[in-house]
Design a binder for this molecule. Structure first.
Ligand SMILES: Cc1cc2nc3c(=O)[nH]c(=O)nc-3n(C[C@H](O)[C@H](O)[C@H](O)COP(=O)(O)O)c2cc1C
Length: 317
């Protein structure tokens, strides 16, 4: 099995990827949180920091682009090629209202004709002329899973590097159950190799998945790693994460954010965002999480985290 680390905008930037790789690791590929190109045609400072080769040493990293304008996608991919990237990923899954109304992410799935024109141009100008490989991360549609029949027919016209399928529709957001039955029905119809993504949160869920889909060779994991950073390691070796390695990882992460940002507020914000997921790895975490959310200073945050580490145990997954 190949394991991919899912892009999680706001969380899995290069600082997180590097710290996580050092303490836990086990991802064969990382897709970056999306780059959203605009008419100016240049990366934001944050986007540039995230894709700089010196920030992504020793890992297979694939930048992701969120747009429905072929011209923007092509320009961005060519710039990424100059930084050494040979593959780019198209985001056709983001369910956020502001993205979808701009016809981007999952919103683009409602316009199959335009999507096909987009892919036609992109494959001609990038794949054929520039030898840049293109993969897609997709939902099944906007409203109904049946939309995917037509969408897959379009994808199958092109030489995709791979197709990462998150088997939900836009209106499911992340809450409704993944549509495993439908996924089972359609995944083999993809001409491109398929990577499965969605709700692999524990080693048991992973085992159940491999029993149900023994032929799938790639899975992408996102929130499960934020809850339990040792998840991939545990899935591979059976060995659960230890408190000490989690502690070290968090210290490194905080230090690296402190170097990146000026002032403690953005650092605090970043750490709090992670704790929204990570807290679930501890027994009886609720009162601690409430206090972490309320903490106004880093020192206060640190005190609560220290108490949580001392007073509670890691959950057994
Ligand atoms: C906070 C957050 C940010 C996300 N950012 C991105 C993104 O930038 N690009 C993308 O393709 N998917 C993004 N996703 C979706 C995840 O990559 C993934 O598809 C989703 O979480 C389902 O996988 P999981 O159940 O393993 O977490 C995001 C999801 C969350 C919760």
């Amino acid at each position: 099995m190949e394991f991919y680390f899912a892009p999680l905008e706001g969380i899995t930037g290069y600082i997180f990827r590097n710290a996580w790789e050092e303490y836990f690791g086990g991802a064969d590929k990382y897709i970056t949180p999306f780059i959203s190109p605009n008419a100016k045609g240049c990366f934001t400072a944050k986007e540039k920091r995230d894709i700089l080769p010196e920030h992504n040493q020793g890992k297979k990293v694939v930048p992701q682009i969120l747009t429905s304008k072929a011209e923007f996608f092509i320009d961005t991919a060519k710039k990424l090629k100059e930084y050494g990237y040979k593959e780019v990923n198209l985001n056709l899954g983001c369910p956020s209202g502001t993205v979808v109304t701009k016809k981007k992410g999952a919103g683009f799935l409602s316009y199959p004709k335009e999507l096909e024109r987009f892919l036609e141009e992109v494959f001609e100008k990038l794949y054929q002329k520039e030898q840049i490989e293109i993969s897609i991360k997709t939902r099944l549609g906007m409203e109904q899973e049946e939309e995917f029949y037509q969408i897959l027919e379009i994808y199958n016209k092109y030489q995709l590097k791979e197709l990462i399928i998150h088997p939900r529709v836009q209106k499911d957001f992340y809450k409704e159950p993944v549509r495993s039955g439908f996924f089972k029905e359609i995944w083999k119809n993809s001409r491109a190799p398929v990577c499965y993504n969605g709700d692999i949160f524990t080693p048991e869920l992973y085992q159940a998945f491999t029993r149900e889909f023994p032929e799938i060779e790639k899975i992408m994991v996102g929130r499960g790693i934020l809850v339990n950073p040792g998840l991939l390691k545990q899935m591979k070796t059976g060995k659960p994460m230890e408190k000490e390695e989690l502690w070290q990882f968090l210290s490194r992460l905080r230090q690296d954010y402190e170097k990146e940002f000026s002032g403690e507020t953005p650092v605090l914000y970043k750490m709090k965002e992670l704790w929204f997921y990570l807290a679930h790895s501890f027994t009886d975490y609720t009162p601690y999480l409430k206090k972490i959310k309320k903490a106004g200073r880093l020192a206060e945050y640190q005190g609560i985290v220290e108490r949580l580490f001392m007073e509670q145990n890691l959950r057994e997954w």
